[in-house]
Ligand binder design. Structure first.
Ligand code: NAD
Length: 485
């Protein structure tokens, strides 16, 4: 049965709020540029109501046992499993990624919810022996309170699910503002939670005329006790500053610019092919996407030749068409950003080995692009392209290239490829990033995007706090000492 793009809503205090008689935004299919839906946006009164509802519902949700909360998450996981192919379809229509990639992303959601459900039941405290026999000292963990979460458009299912599941498993309530570009996927996830029996007000979904209108209202609300954001470093800094004014906890998953060091002892053609296929997933719109390749001079020409050969064979198109290997960019402004990035690299003396231009016709497409020998002064060597552009640069001196790899304010993911075990160890210790892939681009389980059991997060200006792993739940827990005589 064909899936249609259904009416878009907000969810506030258990009530689905439609677009009827409200200010709305257009939602576009990035593969065609056509409008596919109208999205209602929150007024200030809606946001105040959502914040108040999340505070009221917090009392109820916190008072439930972790065991009972886990049951809701497990039911939601089962519902998501049943609806997975419909949700993947919605994602491709509104975000553009090939259907197979959307399906892979959605397949992971039940795992995330089930894992968080279990982990939420293990938020153990401890007993600390006292210095005097009459005293008992107990440390317990408590949910921090209502959490405002902000998620981007590049992984419209994974990132909302990961935040909602961890927040709810910790016993907190959640207001989520998904990206306005990709609302239906997040709404489908919220529906699964509602259908699983999450109490009214525990999960709220809002959208903004601008994202800033929502974040300013929620972060300054006295009801909100923590903020979790995934997006650009610039916005993350701004939200962190606002949160600091209310001394509110934050989890920040921000931008990266992942270096890849390729030593001469690798299977050159095999790795070039693997890297080229990996790079253009999600049209390169991923924060751990490999973006700066540093390839040893002695193998550079062979590596680049095979890489370009594979890239030339990548078939861009509508993600719903079978055979499409790379979808459009998520919105029109990213196409302009890609063009500017390539032109700037050219002006600084970089070479364009293939691609480099928007693709004519409908939709927001840009050619898969390979740049080479790009000097450090070019914009792309300082800021992640967040699109289908890669840089292949050559190196001879490992110490110098390590300095270059670590030379940016970002530190999310970094990769290195070598068969030399001692060197692999050294690189894993000396690369400055929250996640390191040695001889792999898979951070976590090879067949999963965002495996729930492993922590995901960055260092330096790529953010702080982790999602996934036991750390992902800890982010929403506070510590209380009870000293009793
Ligand atoms: P953008 O900075 O306008 O938006 C990025 C995301 O942040 C969007 O989801 C947006 O809704 C949200 N956002 C923006 N301003 C906000 C605010 N004041 N309050 C709350 N949320 C806000 O940029 P864009 O053109 O959509 O994307 C381009 C850049 O964003 C990329 O270069 C990339 O660095 C970054 N980005 C990062 C991730 C990630 O996974 N870390 C995901 C998407 C985008």
């Amino acid at each position: 049965m064909a899936v249609t793009y259904y009416d878009l809503n907000m969810l506030i205090d258990g009530e689905w709020i439609s677009a009827k008689d409200r200010e709305t935004l257009a939602v576009l299919n990035p593969a065609t540029g056509e409008e596919i839906g109208r999205l209602p946006v929150a007024t200030r009164a809606d946001l105040d109501r959502a914040a108040a509802a999340s505070a009221r519902a917090f009392g109820e949700w916190k008072a439930m046992s972790a065991y009972a909360r886990a049951k809701v998450l497990v039911r939601a996981a089962a519902i998501l499993r049943e609806r997975a192919s419909d949700i993947a379809h919605l994602m491709t229509v509104e975000q553009g990624k090939p259907l197979a990639e959307a399906q892979m992303e959605v397949r992971n959601l039940p795992d995330i919810l089930e894992w968080d459900a279990e982990e939420g039941r293990r938020t153990y405290g401890r007993v600390i022996p006292s210095r005097v026999p009459e005293q008992r000292q107990i440390v317990i963990k408590e949910p921090v309170g209502p959490v405002a979460t902000f998620t981007p458009w590049n992984f419209p299912a994974l990132i909302p699910a990961r935040k909602i599941a961890a927040v709810l498993a910790a016993g907190c309530t959640c207001i989520i503002k998904p990206a306005e570009e990709t609302p239906a996927t997040a709404l489908a996830i919220a529906r699964a939670f509602v259908d699983a029996g999450v109490p009214e007000g525990v999960l709220n979904v809002v959208f903004g005329r601008t994202p800033a209108e929502v974040s300013e209202a929620l972060i300054s609300s006295p009801h909100i006790r923590a903020i979790s954001f995934t997006g650009s470093t610039a916005v993350g800094k701004h939200l962190s500053e606002m949160a600091a004014r209310g001394v509110k906890r934050t989890v920040m998953e921000l931008g990266g610019h992942a270096p890849v060091i390729v030593m001469p002892d690798v299977d050159v053609e095999g790795l070039a092919e693997q890297a080229a296929r990996r790079k253009y997933r999600n049209s390169g719109q991923g924060c751990v996407n490999p973006t700066r390749f540093y390839v040893h001079d002695s193998i550079f020409d062979r590596f680049a030749a095979r890489f370009v050969e594979i890239v030339r064979s990548i078939k861009p198109g509508n993600g719903l068409d079978s055979g499409t290997q790379m979808g459009p960019l998520a919105h029109a402004r990213r196409v302009d950003a890609m063009k500017e990035c390539v032109d700037d690299a050219r002006r600084h003396g970089g070479k364009v080995l293939c691609g480099g231009e928007p693709i004519e016709g409908r939709g927001f497409f840009f050619q898969p692009t390979v740049l080479a020998d790009v000097p450090g002064s070019a914009h792309i060597m300082k800021e992640e392209p967040f699109g289908p552009i890669v840089v292949l640069n050559r190196f001879a001196d490992l110490d110098a290239v390590l300095r270059e790899a670590n030379g940016l304010p970002y530190g999310l993911a970094a990769y290195a490829f070598t068969r030399d075990g001692a060197l692999a160890h050294r690189l894993s210790m000396q690369l400055e990033a929250g996640m390191i892939g040695i001889n792999t681009f898979a951070l976590g389980a090879p067949d999963a995007i965002g495996a729930p059991e492993t922590p995901f997060g960055g260092v330096k200006e790529s953010g702080y706090g982790s999602e996934g792993g036991t750390e992902g739940i800890d982010a929403y827990l506070t510590v209380k000492l009870i000293s009793q005589f």
